[in-house]
Each structure stands twice: as C-alpha cells, then as structure tokens.
Design a protein around this ligand. Sequence first.
Ligand SMILES: Nc1nc2c(c(=O)[nH]1)N[C@H]1C(S)=C(S)[C@@H](COP(=O)(O)OP(=O)(O)OC[C@H]3O[C@@H](n4cnc5c(=O)[nH]c(N)nc54)[C@H](O)[C@@H]3O)O[C@H]1N2
Ligand SMILES: Nc1nc2c(c(=O)[nH]1)N[C@H]1C(S)=C(S)[C@@H](COP(=O)(O)OP(=O)(O)OC[C@H]3O[C@@H](n4cnc5c(=O)[nH]c(N)nc54)[C@H](O)[C@@H]3O)O[C@H]1N2
Ligand code: SF4
Ligand SMILES: [Mo]
Length: 685
Amino acid sequence: MKANAIVQNGIVKTLCRMCDTRCGTKVYLRDGVMVDIRPNEDNPVNKGHMCTRGPAAMDLFYHPDRILKPRKQHSDGNFSEISWDQAMDEISARMLKIKKKYGARAMSAWKGEALGFFQQEEYVRRFIHAFGSPNYFSNDSACFASRYIGYKLVNGFYNSFPELETADLIVLMATNPPVCHPPFVSEMADAVQKGAKLVVVDTRFNPIACKADIFARPRTGTDGALLWGLARHLIETDNYDHELVEKYSVGFDHFAEYARQFTPERVTRETGLNERTVVQIGELIARHRPRVIFYPGAGLEHQENGVNTIRVMTALMCLCGALDIPGGLVLNEGLDRRHLTLYDEIPLLDQNPIGADSFPVLYDLRKECHTMTAMDYILGHGEYPLRGIVMTGANPAVSNPNLAKVIKALSSLDLLVVNDFFMTRTAQLADYVLPAATFLERSELHCYSKYQHVALSRKIFDIPTVHDDYTLWKTLADRLGFGEKYFPWKDEAAVNQWLLEPTGITLEQLKNHPGGLRYKPQRYRKYQTEPLPTPTGKIEFTSDYLKESGLPKIPEYVRPRYLGMQDQYPLVLQTGARKPLFYHSRNQNIPRFRTEFPCAQVEIHPDTASRLGIKSGDRVRISSKIGSVEVEALVVGPNDILPEVIELYHGWEHGRVNWVTFDRHCDPISGFPPHKATPVRLEKT
Ligand SMILES: Nc1nc2c(c(=O)[nH]1)N[C@H]1C(S)=C(S)[C@@H](COP(=O)(O)OP(=O)(O)OC[C@H]3O[C@@H](n4cnc5c(=O)[nH]c(N)nc54)[C@H](O)[C@@H]3O)O[C@H]1N2
Ligand SMILES: Nc1nc2c(c(=O)[nH]1)N[C@H]1C(S)=C(S)[C@@H](COP(=O)(O)OP(=O)(O)OC[C@H]3O[C@@H](n4cnc5c(=O)[nH]c(N)nc54)[C@H](O)[C@@H]3O)O[C@H]1N2
Ligand code: SF4
Ligand SMILES: [Mo]
C-alpha cells in the first residue's frame, strides 16, 4: 500500500476515532510508517489515558484486506476493480436515472456510527438535500437519539451531559462505562474517591457493579417503574427542589399524581427487585441530592418505551435540583459555528421524508429518517418507492434489525453504493464499493459538547487511490450538477475554515493546541435567568408538544411486551452489550483481538442452561417470531445474568443476532427498535 505521510519521522498529535470518544493521541512515525500510537496528555477527554482499541488504528490502516480501489459488482456476483472516474460517472448516471423515473426522493444517503455526529454527518445530509431528496438515514435510528430526545423534551437541551467528577451520587442505568466510554470511568473514580456513592442498575453483572454501593438487577425493560418509584419517594417525603418546581417548571401536579401509584410494592412487583433495595436507593438520593446523576445507556434506549424512561429519569434529576449545577446534569452549550445542513434553504417537507409520519417527533427534532421503515419502502410497502442508497461507514446487513428483510431490501435496490474499508456483509450486496479513507486520512473539526471544547484532527496520510468522504460527496455533486453551488470548497481544510469562521477560533490556533480549546466557559443554572429551549421555556414534567403529536403527555410507564408472551417465548434476548475490543461489526478482522473473542457466544444463566440440557461450548439455536440464529453457548455464573435473560453481542459477522430482532414495536417517540427485549426460545442443536 502506498501511503504518503505528512512527516517522515516524528510525532503528530491528533485524535483517535476508533470510537466516538475521540481521545487525544500522539502518532509516532518512522520513515513515513506509523510505529506507535500513544495518548496525548493535553486532551481534556482522556487526560493521558487510552484504551486498547486506540493503537489498533495501525492494524486497521495497514490491514491487508483494505479496499484501495473502487469495485463494481457484475451480474455473476463477482467484483472487479474500476477507476474512480468510471465509478463516479456510472453512479451519478444511475442516480439521475432513478430521479427521472421515480423522483429525487427515491434516492437516499446513509451514514453509520463510524463517521460520527458532526461534520461528516452534515456532508451526507447536505448532499442528499441538494440532490432533492429528504431521505437521510443513519445509525441514529438506534443510537443515542432516544436519550437526547428524552433530555430535550424535559429541559430543551439536546446535549445534556452529567458532570460526573463532582457528583455525590452516581446512578448508572443500563450502561457499561468501562467498556463503552472508558474516560468516564476516571471521572467516576474521582467522584468516588471524594466520597460519592455509586448505584448500578443493570440486568447483568457488568464490571463496574463490583464497585457499586448498591447493585440492582431489575427485569429487562422495567426500569421506568423503578424510576417512577424513586420520583414518588422524593415527592411523598417532600424532599425535592421546590424552587425549581414552582418557578421554573410546568406539569408537576400531573406528574406527581401519576407517580403516586408507584409504591414500593408496585415497583417490586413490576421490576422483580427486592423492596428494601428500592427504598435504599430512594434514601440515598434523598440524602445526596442535589448532586445526583443518573446516567443512562443503550439498555434503557433499546426498548419499546425508552424515551419515556429517559424523560422520567431527567425529571427525577430536576426534582433532585441536579439540573445545570456542578455535579449534576449540565445543559451544555454548542459552538456558534456554521452548519452544512440545508434544512432552512431546502426543507423538502412536502416530499414526505421516510418515517416522518410514523415517528413525527424523531423527524421534527432530529430531521432523521427511519431506517427500519426504509426497508418497507424499498420493498414496495411505502407511500413511494425508495430505489437507491449511497452509504458510508455503516454495515446494516449486520447492525439493523430483521436481517431477512434488510438483506432482501438492500439486494433489490436499483443502486447501492457502499463506502467502506472492507468487503463487509453490506458491501457484498452493493453495486459499487468505494475505498474509504480512515480518520488518519482526514482533517476534521470535533466538538465535545460535554467539555465545551473544539479540536482539529490531522490528516497524517494520503493514499493516492483513496478519497476522503468530503471528496466523495463533492465529486458526486460535481457530476450531478450541484457541486459548484453546494460543495464549492476545494477540500476539507477549506470546509473547516468556513465552519469555524463565526467562532473567532482559527484553524491555526487549533493546530497549535492539538488537545483542543474551550469555546465557551461553563455556565450553570441557566434556566433561572433565561428561558429554556422547550415549547414553554420551562422544565416540562409533562409535554403538550407530545400530546399534539398524538402521544401521551406524561412519560407513562408501559410494561414490556415480552412479559405477556412468556408461554410461547419463555426467555428475553438482550443484544449488543458492548465488548471491549470490538466496535459493533468492526475489529473482528484484527487477529490479536479475535483471540480474545473467537466466536459469537450467547450468555446463559446456569439454571436455564441445566433445564435445557445446555453446556458451555454447545451449539444452540435462538428463535424469535421472525427468525433464528445458531451460536455457541456460554454458561455464565449464577449472579452474572437473570435466569430469564440471555444476551448476545450484535456485531458478529457469523452469528448475526439481528436475524432474530424486531424492526417492529419501535419506540413511538424515537423510533428505536427494542434491541434489548426480544421474546425468544432457546434450544440445543
Ligand atoms: N467497546 C465498545 N464501546 C462502545 C461501542 C462498541 O460497539 N464497543 N458502541 C458505542 C455506541 S454506538 C453506543 S450506542 C454505546 C452504548 O453504550 P452503553 O449503553 O453503555 O452500552 P451497552 O454495552 O449496550 O450497555 C448496556 C447495558 O445495559 C444492560 N441492559 C440491557 N437491558 C437492560 C434493561 O432493560 N435494564 C437495565 N437496567 N439494564 C439493561 C446490559 O446488560 C448492558 O450492561 O457504546 C459505545 N461504546
Ligand atoms: N441487535 C442490536 N443491534 C444494534 C445495536 C444493539 O445494541 N443490538 N446497537 C445499535 C447501535 S447503538 C449502533 S450505533 C449501530 C451501529 O451500526 P453501524 O453504524 O452500521 O456500525 P458498524 O457495524 O460499526 O459499521 C461501521 C462500518 O463503517 C466502516 N468504517 C469505519 N470507519 C470508517 C470511516 O472512517 N469511514 C468510512 N466510510 N467507513 C468506516 C467499518 O468498516 C464498518 O463496516 O448498531 C445498532 N445495532
Ligand atoms: S476510548 Fe479508546 S477507541 Fe475510543 S477514542 Fe479513546 S482510545 Fe480511541
Ligand atoms: Mo450507538
């Protein structure tokens, strides 16, 4: 592989993008070759630490299977290499053909988690709108949006982050920070060292539970009942922030009335938790407020009623008085920069964005189309046909639910373009596969809302046959006739300059501060002096906005569906508990990581295993109403998982759990699929 480095020998300070944490790193080069990656001490996120996946950027960059030239699939299923020019000519011609035959909205663009949530995402949104289609898809149909929408509905801020290091009580709900967000662990450790208490609420014994003062293990999907019970405890004992409630909120009376039914007995019945545990958590909160943080994870979001659970959780922090204080849930302010999106210039609302009718809140608040609904449109069950997708940094043939449908749909498109490093499961279905640039071949801006920090990552390498994502969108836009108007910047560096201009911070400054710069000082208790960006300008314990969309005002608790199906499907399948070395479907092709996790294994409680005659290492079949998957059994310890729960990671190429998961019964607010609660049967094969 011919890779030209910007310096032959030395150290380049940049940011890791092996995950969205974006730690500061130092890349060591010798004779133009990367020889080491170490943490950069100047970055406020990782403060000189780094996880094992950081240096694996070298394994990725130099991987022998990397695609270095565009490929085209032929009618016999084989791929051949073609030139960039040929690829761009043919793809743009096929896009125009789709537009002519079905209208622009029959084309779409899709961005995966790998490209992040800032500039790369905005290129995709900009491109597809400039083409004339409202159909922008992304991993956000199942990632983080539920929690942020939940925050936004209560306090108006999409970006609300916990200030962990100064909290007095941290309640982790359905999240696994040591694996998923390593830098948060040192922030929590700081808090604990200063005397903070830690409560871990998880259906499995996740590693941080060892450090917890209380470990509570509710039934899958019943956390909402626990949270309502805790809210009731604060209200009934009159131990809440009266000033916040009386001066700065709406809907409290209705909220308090609803909370009354969640007595410790009811919470116990619903969650399966011991009554004493519920009362103890309530007492800890009452004792430690206001500096009480609830931090949610995907285990709350990937449920049928996830947003409402997050709303109660946010309301609970407000009751504690933890809103926008040090050691509380901080309402982080954004960078006053330019945006690349075209929602004001070309709104395209009359074009019926896919999913906007079924999930109006998701579209209204996030301008996000719904990937699960997209599959129905492709298969002819939508209001209009969807015939083409240009996709970058995503692997839905592994990561989206109901794979039988996903694969049928993606295979039947008139045009599927996949921009990736490898011939993934999704790339194998594509008409064209383009060689994607890694983050080491891009220079882009990064905003860390939690720290109100902005940083610039560096382009360290150039591979002549590989284009970065900006170049891809610009080249296609040029071919399609809107490049000059909408992608006028020569390269990504010029985009960076344009984005940053209104901020007063320059690219030079960012280059001189590789750890980044704080763009605004942290301000607290803003809700006391300025209206919140909610419809009422106040904290919303109940939401008229939701009512107008035909949804309940109050963040109601809804019993998870699987609980009513246990006769037929006695177990509940949780999916996607993250693994330290893998990132969704990524990193499985790194041999030294693979020795740690050789194959897909489903975690099973020993009682369940013995009842079904299953031992570790046996092949087992997991079946739901829509499909089945065969994997290896891993019988875990009696305290590791609840007996009725089994868990299988979602990123495996072989043993794809999404054959079994549902693209239906999605959260009515965020459209999230219930990835953590599929009713299933398990048997030895
Ligand atoms: N190494 C690594 N890190 C990652 C990722 C990765 O793939 N690999 N992915 C990143 C992304 S995109 C995301 S969205 C985040 C996700 O970050 P987290 O939300 O922290 O991740 P999960 O591992 O999904 O943690 C879910 C936890 O919820 C528990 N759980 C499941 N259902 C329930 C429930 O009903 N109630 C309760 N109380 N607990 C439940 C599971 O047992 C598990 O421990 O991780 C990010 N970080
Ligand atoms: N059952 C179940 N399914 C789930 C989940 C679950 O918990 N359970 N979690 C969901 C969540 S939270 C998420 S975020 C999604 C993730 O779903 P996807 O976004 O589809 O994630 P990945 O599998 O990581 O696919 C990323 C692809 O991008 C490529 N890539 C990596 N870096 C770059 C880059 O810089 N540029 C380009 N162009 N390509 C790159 C990788 O090679 C990989 O093929 O999965 C969801 N699916
Ligand atoms: S947590 Fe690990 S993978 Fe993620 S940015 Fe930091 S070093 Fe990279
Ligand atoms: Mo995610």
